[in-house]
Design a protein around this ligand. Sequence first.
Ligand SMILES: [Zn+2]
Length: 54
Amino acid sequence: MAKKGEAVVHVTLACGECHRRNYHTKRNKNNIREKLAFSKYCRWCQHHTPHKEV
Ligand SMILES: [Zn+2]
């Protein structure tokens, strides 16, 4: 069960090209206020693409 006032939120990362949701991660909203964006391998596009938080 999540603790009260928990700052960590679950985020989903979607491929910037095909918009499929490939990755799930966590973000601490106290440390990172902006939306996450990573370059990750998309198995649908078959190369690395920018993945953004949705
Ligand atoms: Zn893709």
